[in-house]
Ligand binder design. Sequence first.
Ligand code: NAD
Length: 344
Amino acid sequence: MDAYSALCARLRREPKHWLVTGCAGFIGSNLLETLLLLDQDVTGLDNFSTGHRRNLDQVLAAVGTQRWGHFRLLEADLRSPDECHGACADVDFILHQAALGSVPRSLADPVATNDHNVCGFLNLLTAARDANVRRVVYASSSSVYGDQPTLPKIEQSTGHPLSPYAASKAANELYAAAFAHAYGLQCIGLRYFNVFGPRQDPEGPYAAVIPRWVRALIRDETIRIHGDGSASRDFCYVANAVQANLLAATAPDEAANHVYNIAVGERTTLTQLLNAIRSLLTAHYPHAATPTVEYTVPRPGDIPHSCADVSKAAAMLGYVPTHRLSDGLRTALDWYVDNLDGHE
Ligand code: NAD
């Protein structure tokens, strides 16, 4: 049996109490769904700034009312130290996802990004320390590689951050290391690379590329590509990120107080991504075969290429990504059709 299947079986036998911050967001709601399906007790914290109640409704529909009874929702804000302390009582593991995402958002409002992502994280670490939480697994980001040009990215070689968002994630890693050293709090940072899947928000100016393009293709709207389409990313289906979180929380002590790349280890250009989404959608939406594409200038703060070396997570956590880009797109197709069709 692989490490993740063995872990899931163990958790079913010996349920734990998890705190998922950002539980109404994209990755947080997917973590919540998996944990409840594994019969875990979950406290979820969210201030609904970018998350949605409809995401929690979808989790309820997926897990059923009996398992939903093991979930406690705190509508709370990480920027409040008291609310963080309230959330950490009797918690075994924290999976920290709450943050303001998006490089462009951080360029528009760096102070808000710092308040949520850095001050909020510091409040959470302090509360976790005081509550003797066993381990904090937190969402870092591939953006910490900044201007480091080497591919694939390896954990020990980071560059200068290119945006306030990247700086906030780098600051998270520094605070986690400081809390591990000063207070003995076990922390693991997961550097996610372009995660995608069900419940990723297609709305607004800061939406990620995959839900934005899927929706535009479904609705026969213009596709906007920043640059000439040659920029590349390591697209990671959300099930891989969920697996990494659960493995990181429960891995042996030697794995703690490290950061890990979480992705697939494959590079896809934006042009290849568009072609993959087009061919997936064409059976449902024939007009998706011939989209109108507009090329615009690259966005400030974006890096041209990104691809992860995931061998450290494989060796130390037992992480084996189950979904490549095409698998993830195929798995998410029904959700995209059910949720991104129509003009609400
Ligand atoms: P998301 O916006 O869907 O979810 C974030 C959630 O956090 C939202 O529900 C929001 O309401 C909540 N939140 C924000 N600030 C809060 C605060 N101060 N107090 C309480 N709740 C708050 O984002 P996501 O895509 O699910 O990302 C989750 C984490 O992963 C973030 O830390 C993000 O920076 C990181 N990350 C995501 C990706 C990706 O591709 N999605 C890539 C790298 C890193």
